[in-house]
Design a protein around this ligand. Structure first.
Ligand code: EPZ
Length: 422
């Protein structure tokens, strides 16, 4: 089994370039299915397991895709199926957003119920609520959801999301692009990745307004065509390196990071004593004294609040904080599994309901630890960089889902880190 081995305590120097956002690329690949003509060229596509997964999913439906470096050339005109492979959808929840494009273009979708995963049950009731408001009939059969649109196509509807769900906002937005009339999504997710998706949809000929706000309006059109799009930088990858630089860096420069997508992370790290310089190309982070953040209270919530996908990383960095920190996870039910692994490294953390209470200690000590989800994996790498002695991290398939060459990027910053294949 592959492992990452880290000799901790070495400072990070130099610069790292951030790639395209995983959580924008995935819905954008699903959206490419909406084009009944023309070719899409999608640039800044990172090499990630989840991206390969989505490429296989849309290829299985008939799309023709070629990868040219970081660019994907996609022709969706030949798409002629509405039933992506069961195992592909069940093993990656994000595949569920192919439902909206298939319903919009073909009036039908047969999609495996997405598996829960280890950060919570993760239902899709809001996706289904939105589709049914647009006239879709839903049948559950042998682990599939079978969606059938009205004979004369989807109808625009006014849809209120009880939770500002990222995936439900994406799925409904994509379905609405070819519906008859106007769809309004209220309490929509405001994540930058949804804005990026809307920009690609509009380049394809859709009419989406208000993405990035609570209320998104989509006026249906007859057909969409391929379009060129360059994916926004990955704010979670950028945030991961900013946190590492705040505790272990000597002025690390994170190139291609957009500070406007990182305001909550930068604000919390400044509260903890780090300093930032922001220029057009990226962000430089100046570390705290002897790598120990001032204790923080952090509460994760929907964008633009502090992101749940950055919770594990800040928990790791605060294990050696000065004082007691309180980290509350409000988005997912079960996203503290990295705590047990950090405790193996000497961290003093206990969980009270949805809050991790961290008593800062002087120094972590290296240990053998296992990643439990992709962001927990990144957090354990940060902890290994901070710790005294050697840390090995296993469960790398989680990390490979969401980070493109994490080890190589940290090596380039001077970390004593290597990957050992089994
Ligand atoms: C997206 O997941 C991201 N994944 C997640 O990133 C991210 O953590 C999450 O948004 C929240 O920001 C991708 O974009 C591929 P949600 P998604 O629907 O869309 C509940 C990572 O690390 N909910 O906003 O699945 C749900 O249970 C991953 O890159 C319903 O109750 O998240 C959860 O508690 C992990 N009913 C909350 O909403 C629904 O129909 C947020 O889920 C849908 C969601």
């Amino acid at each position: 089994m592959a492992k990452i081995v880290i000799d901790g305590g070495h400072r990070l120097e130099g610069h790292v370039r951030i790639g395209g956002a995983k959580n924008a690329v995935l819905p954008i690949l699903a959206a490419s299915l909406l084009a009944s003509s023309g070719t899409s060229m999608i640039d800044e596509v990172p090499s990630l397991l989840d991206v390969e997964h989505m490429i296989h999913t849309i290829s299985a439906l008939g799309a023709e895709i070629q990868r040219e470096g970081n660019t994907l050339r996609i022709n969706a005109a030949p798409v002629n199926r509405v039933d992506p492979p069961y195992d592909l959808v069940r093993s990656m929840r994000a595949s569920f957003v192919v439902a909206g494009p298939l319903l919009a273009r073909f009036g039908e979708a047969i999609i495996a119920m997405p598996g829960g995963c280890n950060i919570g049950p993760r239902p899709v009731d809001l996706h289904i609520k939105g589709f049914e408001a647009m006239g879709v009939q839903t049948r559950m059969e042998n682990g599939y959801v079978h969606f059938i649109a009205p004979k004369d196509g989807l109808k625009g509807a006014r849809i209120y999301l009880d939770i500002a769900s990222v995936g439900a906002t994406q799925n409904i937005m994509m379905a609405a692009t070819l519906a008859k009339g106007q769809t309004i999504i209220e309490n929509a997710a405001k994540e930058p990745e949804n804005v990026d998706l809307a920009n690609y949809l509009n380049a394809m000929g859709a009419r989406v307004r208000g993405a990035g706000t609570d209320t998104i309006r989509i006026d249906g059109v007859d057909a969409l065509h391929g379009a060129n799009h360059s994916v926004i930088p990955d704010r979670i990858e950028a945030g991961t390196f900013l946190i590492a630089g705040a505790v272990m860096g000597n002025g690390v420069y994170v190139e291609n990071a957009l500070s406007q997508h990182l305001t909550s992370i930068i604000a919390k790290l400044e509260e903890a004593g780090a300093r930032f310089e922001d220029d057009v190309q990226g962000i430089r982070v100046w570390p705290v004294e002897n790598g120990r953040l001032k204790a923080l209270d952090v509460k994760t919530h929907y964008y633009p609040a502090y992101p749940t996908d950055m919770q594990a990383q800040i928990v790791a960095a605060l294990t050696t904080g000065i004082g007691t920190s309180m980290i509350t996870e409000t988005v997912f039910e079960n996203r503290f599994m990295h705590v047990a692994e950090l405790q193996r490294m000497g961290a003093e953390i206990h969980i009270e309901g949805r809050t991790a209470v961290i008593e800062g200690i002087e120094k972590l000590s290296g240990a053998d630890v296992t990643a439990t989800d992709l962001r927990a994996g990144a957090a354990l790498v940060i902890a290994g960089l901070m710790a005294e002695g050697t840390t090995t991290v296993s469960g790398l398939h989680h990390i490979d889902r969401g980070y493109d060459n994490l080890v190589g990027k940290f090596q380039a910053l001077g970390a004593k880190i290597r990957r050992i294949e089994d």
